[in-house]
Design a protein around this ligand. Structure first.
Ligand code: P6P
Length: 336
C-alpha cells in the first residue's frame, strides 16, 4: 500500500517546515521565512550548476565563451551571483556579505520600516574539490540588521550568539540542506524528481563520542604543541582519521557520526584558516544546537573559548576551530 511506506508517513518539505516554524512565533512577520526560501531556491540552482560543472566546463571549452559571450565563469563566482541576486530580491534583506566580496553588498539601507536581516555566506566552500568530484558546500549565517551601527560592516560585526539562523547546503552524493533557527537542527535532502527538499532528520543530536578526528595532518609540524600532543594521544588510542578538505563535508559527517573537526593555527595561518563570520559561526551554531561543542581554542585565561562568543573585528577574520562531539572536543582541550 503506497501510503504506508515510511517516506509517505509524514512528508515534510523545507518550505512547510519553515512555515511551521514561523507559525510557532506569533510575532513573526514571515520576513525570515522569505529569506530561507531564497536560500532554498539558490541551493537548487547551485546544485544544478555543481552537478554539471565538468560538463559545462567541457561545453564551455567547445565555444570558449558561454551563450552570453562571456568568458566561462568559475563556479564559485556563479554561486555568489545566484545568492546575491536571489537574496537581493527579498524585501527583508538589508545587507549581504560573501567570502567572494571584499566589501558587504548593501541591498537596502533605509532605516525605517520592517526589521531587516543580514545574510553572510561562503557561496561554494571547498570549491577546489569540484575538479575531483568531491563534496562542496554553501554555508550561511543570518543576523538581524543592527540599525544603530555606523555602517554596513559595523552592522555585521556581531558575535555568533546573535545569529537567528545558520546552516549549510552540501552538494555531495545527494544535496543536503541543514539548518537551525535556534530550536534544534533539521536536515533535508533534495528530491530532484519533485524539486523539493524533504525532511530526513528532525532535532538532530550529535553522538556524544566517536573515535574519529578530522584535520589536515600535513600541517602537523607547525601545529602548536598541544595539538601535536592530542594527535599522538588519539593515535595511541585507536582513533581513525577522516578529512575531505571541505568544511561542509567534514562537519556533515561529524554531525551524523560524531568525532571532532580541528583547524589549528599553522605556519601559513597563525590565526587559523577558517573564516569566523561565515564558516566557523554558522557551523558552531549547528553543532551547539545538536548538543556538541564549538571552540576557538583557549582564551587568555586558559579557558575554553566558544567560537560564538568571539567579538568579530572584521567580516573576513579567521579563527581556530575545534568542533564536534562534546567528549571528543574535551579530549582536544585537555591537551592544549
Ligand atoms: P586545507 C576549503 O578551502 C576550506 O576553506 C574549508 O572548506 C576546509 O575545511 C579547509 O579550507 C581545508 O583547508 O588547508 O586543509 O586545505
Amino acid at each position: 500500500m503506497l501510503m504506508d511506506t515510511p517516506i509517505h508517513k509524514d512528508i515534510v518539505t523545507l518550505q512547510s517546515h519553515i512555515l511551521a516554524q514561523q507559525d510557532k512565533n506569533p510575532q513573526s512577520t514571515g520576513t525570515l521565512s522569505w529569506i530561507l526560501s531564497a536560500l532554498s531556491i539558490s541551493a537548487k540552482v547551485i546544485a544544478d550548476h555543481v552537478r554539471r560543472a565538468r560538463l559545462e566546463d567541457v561545453l564551455g571549452h567547445a565555444g570558449a565563451d558561454n551563450v552570453q559571450g562571456e568568458q566561462q565563469q568559475k563556479l564559485d563566482v556563479i554561486s555568489n551571483e545566484v545568492l546575491i541576486r536571489t537574496l537581493g530580491s527579498r524585501e527583508g534583506v538589508a545587507i549581504v556579505a560573501s567570502e567572494e566580496n571584499e566589501e558587504p553588498v548593501i541591498i537596502r539601507n533605509d532605516t525605517a520600516g520592517e526589521r531587516r536581516y543580514c545574510v553572510l555566506f561562503d557561496p561554494l566552500d571547498g570549491s577546489s574539490n569540484l575538479d575531483v568530484c568531491g563534496g562542496v558546500g554553501t554555508i550561511f549565517s543570518i543576523l538581524r540588521q543592527d540599525r544603530r551601527a555606523s555602517d554596513a560592516e559595523a552592522s555585521l560585526l556581531q558575535p555568533g550568539e546573535q545569529q537567528v539562523a545558520a546552516g549549510y547546503i552540501l552538494y555531495g552524493s545527494s544535496t543536503v540542506f541543514c539548518v537551525s533557527l535556534g530550536d534544534g537542527v533539521d536536515m533535508f535532502v533534495l528530491d530532484p524528481a519533485i524539486g523539493a527538499f524533504l525532511r530526513v532528520e528532525e532535532k538532530l543530536k550529535i553522538p556524544v563520542a566517536n573515535k574519529s578526528y578530522s584535520l589536515n595532518e600535513g600541517n602537523r609540524l607547525s601545529f602548536p604543541e598541544g595539538y601535536r600532543d592530542y594527535l599522538a594521544w588519539a593515535q595511541e588510542n585507536g582513533y581513525s582519521s577522516r578529512y575531505v578538505g571541505a568544511m561542509v563535508a567534514d562537519v556533515h559527517r561529524i554531525l551524523l557520526k560524531g568525532g571532532v573537526f580541528i583547524y589549528p593555527p599553522t605556519a601559513k595561518a597563525p590565526n587559523g584558516k577558517l573564516r569566523l563570520m561565515y564558516e566557523a559561526n554558522p557551523m558552531a551554531m549547528l553543532i551547539e544546537q545538536a548538543g556538541g561543542k564549538a571552540l576557538a581554542g583557549l582564551d587568555s585565561n586558559g579557558e575554553a573559548q566558544r567560537i560564538m562568543a568571539l567579538k568579530p573585528k572584521n567580516i573576513h577574520e579567521r579563527c581556530t576551530v575545534i568542533l564536534g562531539s562534546p567528549d571528543e572536543v574535551d579530549h582536544v582541550v585537555r591537551h592544549l
